[in-house]
Design a protein around this ligand. Structure first.
Ligand code: G6P
Length: 368
């Protein structure tokens, strides 16, 4: 991919559409038929990763949301304790460093001031090693980390991060498997992840084909001032990322909540003027999420549900649905990111904002 817009109206849209291709590229040479190849993590990685017994992730913005998803994977699939923190908090508080903890930074640019400062600080605190998941090979984070895992997204110009996020998630799945081999992941579990990754590029293309329905849905948001995004499990960070995208480029105030927290506050805000977006793959938490959705319906909230074909939702008054292809649990967070990116893009178009250069924001925050 080149750094011009091609036939796209905005870089952001072009970058959204590049996702199947850049993910295909980030899988190439790293994914065997049934296993993640040892080369995926670089030569030095194996030596370091076999000694690791816990993970500390540090990042900012969208990259922090990728870290939040990784926590569900690293603890849930690899069986390795994992903490995640925004870099600006991490660097200014006192905490205990557990033995054999790997410090993982995640960054598109590799130059974010707080993330870089966190890495430099961590080197003085007794972490066993550092790894960065990064998109820029010549960056400070890559230079200063013991290990790096490149995201292969290519140049990302739109300030709102899209393809960098989904390629970070792919890289973090590689890390999950590499850790899992020394901990709780069986060979058959690794095979399942690998076959889901093989299917990912085509499923992304299929999901992008929902663009027209999402564009139609976006009309309902143009006159709104607030929106609430709900998800559960690894989809909660996807809801966080959806809310961030909407506020960044359309300037609509958006919040995200793990759906189970709805009744502990945000339900008080729900009425016809507060659209509620729910991400609902067909996973173990589906029934729980459905009851959260009913709570919204009972209060007259307008629901917009992105769901699995087999999830059993039907459109009704007050509830729009868009059905996504059926996907395995492990890659669902990557797939469900796509409609939320497209939704925020189309809402921003309706609002007439500067999609690629939103006011007050910078692509790379290199000062504190
Ligand atoms: C800025 C950008 C975001 C990005 C964040 C972290 O806020 O606008 O898109 O997620 O910085 O940047 P990094 O380069 O470290 O991922």
């Amino acid at each position: 991919e080149t750094s011009d817009k091609g036939h796209y109206r905005h870089y952001m849209l072009k970058e959204i559409y590049e996702q199947p291709a850049v993910i295909r590229r980030s899988l190439a040479g790293r994914l065997g038929a049934k296993k993640i190849l040892a080369e995926a993590m670089g030569a030095k990685a194996e030596e370091i990763l076999k000694t690791v017994s816990s993970i500390q992730i540090v990042a900012c913005g969208t990259s922090y949301h990728a870290g939040m998803v990784a926590k569900y994977w690293i603890e849930g699939l690899a069986g390795v304790p994992c903490r995640v923190e925004v870099a600006s908090e991490f660097r200014y508080r006192k905490f205990k460093v557990l033995e054999n903890t790997l410090l993982v930074t995640i960054s598109q640019s590799g130059e974010t001031a707080d993330t870089l400062a966190a890495l430099r600080l961590a080197k003085t605190l007794g972490y066993c090693a550092s790894l960065t998941v990064c998109n820029v090979l010549q960056s400070s984070l890559v230079r200063e980390s013991d290990l790096y895992l490149m995201t292969e997204a290519g140049p990302e110009i739109g300030v709102a991060s899209t393809k960098a996020f989904t390629t970070q998630l792919v890289a973090l799945l590689f890390l999950t498997v590499a850790l899992g081999r020394h901990h709780d992941m069986s060979e058959s579990e690794e095979h399942e992840i690998v076959s889901a990754l093989h299917e990912l590029p085509d499923l992304l293309t299929e999901t992008l084909a929902l663009n027209t329905s999402i564009q139609t849905m976006s009309n309902a948001f143009a006159d709104k001032h607030h929106a609430l995004f709900l998800g559960r499990g690894a989809q909660w960070p996807i809801a966080m990322e959806g809310a961030l995208k909407l506020k960044e480029i359309s300037y609509i105030h958006a919040e995200s909540y793990p759906a189970g927290e709805l009744k502990h506050g945000p339900l008080a805000l729900v009425d016809a003027d507060m659209p509620v977006i729910a991400v609902a793959p067909n996973d173990v938490l589906l029934e729980k999420l459905k009851s959260n959705i009913e709570e919204v319906q009972a209060r007259g909230g307008q629901l917009f549900v992105f769901c699995d074909k087999a999830a059993g939702f039907t459109a009704a008054k007050g509830m729009d649905i868009i059905e996504l292809p059926h996907v395995s649990d492990v890659i669902a967070p990557i797939i469900y990111t796509i409609p939320l990116q497209l939704l925020s893009y189309h809402v921003a178009i309706l609002k007439g904002t500067d999609v690629d250069q939103p006011r007050n924001l910078a692509k790379s925050v290199t000062v504190e």
